[in-house]
Design a protein around this ligand. Sequence first.
Ligand code: B12
Length: 390
Amino acid sequence: MSSPIRILTAVPICDGHDSAINTINLEFIRHGIEVIYLGYHRSVSDIVRAGIQEDVRAIGISSYNGGHIEFFAAVVDLLRKKGADDIKVFGGGGGTITRDDATKMRRKGVDEIFFAGTSLDDMVKFVHQRYGKPRSRRPRPQSFDQELAHKLTQIEEVYGSGNRKRPTPRFSRAKRALNCGGLTPLSPRTSKVIGFTGPGGAGKTTLIDELVLRFLHRNSKGRIAILSHDPSVVGEGALLGDRATMINSQHDRVFMRSMATRGQAGGLSPATHDCLALLAQSNFDYVIIETVGTGQEAMPFQKNGIVDSTVLVMNPDYGSRLQLQKIVMLDLADIVVVNKSDLQRARTAHTEIEQRLDQNRRHQQLVDTVAKRHRDSGADRLFELISDRQ
Ligand code: B12
């Protein structure tokens, strides 16, 4: 019933060897571990920031291009400096990391290095044995983000693995988790909350990352939070991979947390509502919540009552016009985005969706974007629309 182990994995800066870590990630998630994957070519500060915000048990680094003694040590040192040395570091890198190197790395605070020939089973066992027990004492948080991250963990732990047989935790238990520490979560909401949903592969994550970039440029001091969801898989592990896509969001003014759905259908996790409530009261200018890729019947934000605006991101390839009649979110969304509008079918999609929205008579906005394109005018327009909805 306890929460799954959460670890972060990454490949160091100037290193594109991601094939090993991709295989290892999959093995971990098949064995019940939640893996937040940061991607390759990642700096020490990006890795440590993500580790702290995600409040993981450990960071697994896969390194092939050399400089591993210094790189791993720098991660350990920065975690220590930030008061987060309860987040442990381990990793591997085939034959590039020698046994002598590994001895030096262990002396510098790295838990374990895996060499060529180690079985995936052994690595899974190591993670379960070393990081599977609950943390006895947490260090006192040294920053706002660290404190927030600890509280989000406490909330997720109230809900545990999310196994559906478990009775829904009573509000008072979650509230107790919300109340511990110095934040005042029961104070009024201070942030605008925007919900993003839509089918898998429509480009939600890339689009959000582009909006974050615009926000960071527009507001020199503002902060934004992202609560991002990915599905749990068989064995209750999950690959939480949105950070690997969100390049612009690797920034000190962005607080990002990845959540697994832990058995709940509909696009969100059992703990989402409480986590969102905490974030919405934590002085961010915006809180963005992204669902997993959803189906026709999904209404992920109906029950929450905490989302100010909803954005449905669609792919132009949804099939025939008839399909549109079945997508419930087309009735509910405030803004509908046709992303990948450079694709051939996008013009037709725009016309068909426009007609569908006209039937609702709700003055819903329709925007065409190409999220993958830098300085896309559609993404600019979407940003302005969201900013105007105060
Ligand atoms: C596949 C490969 C590539 C692929 C990478 C594909 C990809 N997307 O990952 C391609 C062809 C693109 C490539 C490119 C390059 N490569 Co290359 N590549 C390799 C190769 C052959 C295998 C690495 C691998 O994936 N192994 C498979 C994994 C699963 O097994 P493993 O490495 O034994 O790892 C074990 C453990 O260490 C552990 N492990 C590994 N990571 C982690 C992480 C965690 C958290 C844990 C728990 C465990 C763990 O898991 C395995 C268990 O058995 C190695 C040579 C070698 N035999 O190691 C060279 C090698 C790493 N590459 C090398 C080089 C030089 C390059 C290039 C610079 C070549 C060039 N001039 O362009 C580029 C750089 C690319 C870049 N952007 O960084 C050198 C590095 C030399 C060095 N460090 O001094 C090597 C060592 C080859 C050599 N002998 O010269 N490469």
